[in-house]
Write a protein that binds this ligand. Structure first.
Ligand code: ARG
Length: 461
């Protein structure tokens, strides 16, 4: 018998039950559901809407159900549609009439809005902690490679010298923003929808501030229609997770490139790579490729809920039951990817020798050569042209700027002197880029210290 069976004369069609039921996935919300019901029952009793005895029986019954669900001895049924009705039905079976009083002044619409909001709120610290662990590993690895020169790229063409530390710390900046985006989401979502009722509040003298406080919310949602129909918090979470995955995916792309024989800037630890069933020589960066691939599915999760919501009139519509699976999937995906990715970075071997030799080809000190002339008085635009001509000549002859003789330099400009070789030495080119945010050790040290302070400030002890 359905909890809502009163006005119906026929049993629900089996296929409708199948379509309608959400218990297959929303049973994950059992704890949030019970927590919300405990707060609701206590408030009902405190406001004189049900008796204290009934509230005590409800609390005891709910705690028993919680223990049994966690022990795995409760079988939920699709006939009871969702987690909310399954638990209420179980409760009434166990404690009788008091169980039937629990749903006074409440609807499944505010109940599910509450449960789902609490679920999202609980996941944010979990993901934040994983991000901070990644941040710490980036700092640790960056400290090892502050003087390791590598080519920095634009258009995937070698551009200017940077250090591997600086490259890593660029990602640290992205993941720090991901942390603050999640914090923003957590701050905004912390309003309690419970007490919105089906949509229009209730005639009972409930105390929404009491349930909000009991459940750790800053305040009740101000408008009951908004309370039951808002899913912004889920969309904000998935937006933040999509951006986070985009960062992981860009990083993955670089890991994949760096593992190739064409680059060989890094070697992955055997525990974080996979082999081929036919090619004995292969060591594949599957972790990075899967993270890159799973990024698409998190975007898809976001798009699917955005699309569900876009045409919905106020207030609750059953379409909104489609909110949970994408959020669960996005959260599960991120929570699976982050720790593996972090461990992969922590254990990879960095081939600074290959980075250095790649940096030696590709004229990444050409800007420094032009800057040398500029500092000796030539206008930058002219220095740029002179250096461009030198690069063209070297390219034709298969030589580097460092390999030019002083007379060859002086042929194009008398401003060149013997100190040009120091000025275009890659280690110097990198070390002299000490502008705020640059790759000089003084600056990467500051970036690492800032990131470490960020981790400390955002770690919940
Ligand atoms: N299972 C529903 C959901 O997940 C719960 C709310 C149902 N409300 C309703 N009026 N049918 O959205």
């Amino acid at each position: 018998m359905k909890l809502w069976g009163g006005r119906f004369q026929k049993e629900t069609d089996d296929l409708v039950n199948e379509l309608n039921a959400s218990i297959g996935f929303d049973q994950r919300l059992y704890k949030e559901d019970i927590t919300g019901s405990l707060a609701h029952a206590a408030m009902l009793a405190d406001c004189g809407i049900i008796s204290q005895e009934d509230a005590a029986a409800i609390a005891e019954g709910l705690r028993g159900i919680l223990a049994d669900v966690e022990a795995g001895t409760v079988a939920f049924t699709a006939d009871q549609e969702d987690i909310h009705m399954n638990i209420e039905t179980l409760l009434t079976a166990r404690i009788g009439d008091a169980g039937k009083r629990l749903h006074t002044a409440r609807s499944r619409n505010d109940q599910v809005a509450l449960d789902f909001r609490m679920y999202v709120r609980e996941q944010i610290p979990v993901i934040t902690e994983q991000l901070l662990a990644l941040e710490s590993v980036l700092c640790k690895r960056a400290k090892e490679y502050q003087t390791a020169v590598m080519p920095g790229y634009t258009h995937l063409q070698r551009a200017q010298p940077i250090s591997f530390a600086q490259h890593l710390m660029a990602y640290a900046g992205m993941f720090a923003r991901d942390v603050t985006r999640l914090e923003d989401c957590a701050a905004r979502l912390n309003e309690c929808p419970l007490g919105s009722g089906a949509l229009a509040g209730t005639t009972y003298p409930i105390d929404r501030w009491a349930t909000a406080a009991a459940l750790g919310f800053d305040r009740p949602v101000s408008n009951s229609l908004d309370g039951v129909s808002d899913r912004d918090y889920a969309l904000e979470l998935m937006s933040a997770l999509s951006i986070l995955m985009m960062h992981l995916s860009r990083f993955s792309e670089e890991i994949i490139l760096w593992c190739s024989w064409e680059f060989k800037f890094i070697e992955l630890d055997d525990a974080y790579a996979t082999g081929s069933s036919i090619m004995p020589q292969k060591k594949n960066p599957d972790v990075a490729e899967l993270v890159r691939g799973k990024t698409g599915r998190v975007y898809g999760d976001l798009m699917s809920l955005l699309t569900v919501m876009k045409g919905l009139p106020l207030a609750y519509n059953k379409d909104m039951q489609e909110d949970k699976e994408p959020v669960f999937d996005a959260v599960d995906t991120v929570e699976m990817c982050l720790p593996v990715f972090t461990a992969m970075l922590d254990t990879m071997t960095v081939r600074t020798d290959n980075m250095r030799s790649a940096a030696g080809r590709g004229f990444i000190n050409a800007t420094d050569c032009a800057d040398y002339l500029t500092k000796k008085g030539m206008p930058f635009r002219d220095a740029y042209t002179v250096t461009g001509n030198l690069v063209a000549a070297c390219t034709a002859q298969g030589r580097t700027l460092e390999e030019l003789t002083l007379p060859e330099f002086q042929e194009v400009s008398p401003l060149f002197e013997a100190d040009v070789y120091e000025a275009i030495r890659l280690e110097n080119c990198m070390a002299l880029r000490a502008s705020y945010g640059g790759p000089a050790v003084s600056e990467t040290s500051r970036q690492i210290a800032d990131a470490e302070a960020f981790v400390k400030a955002h770690t919940k002890s």
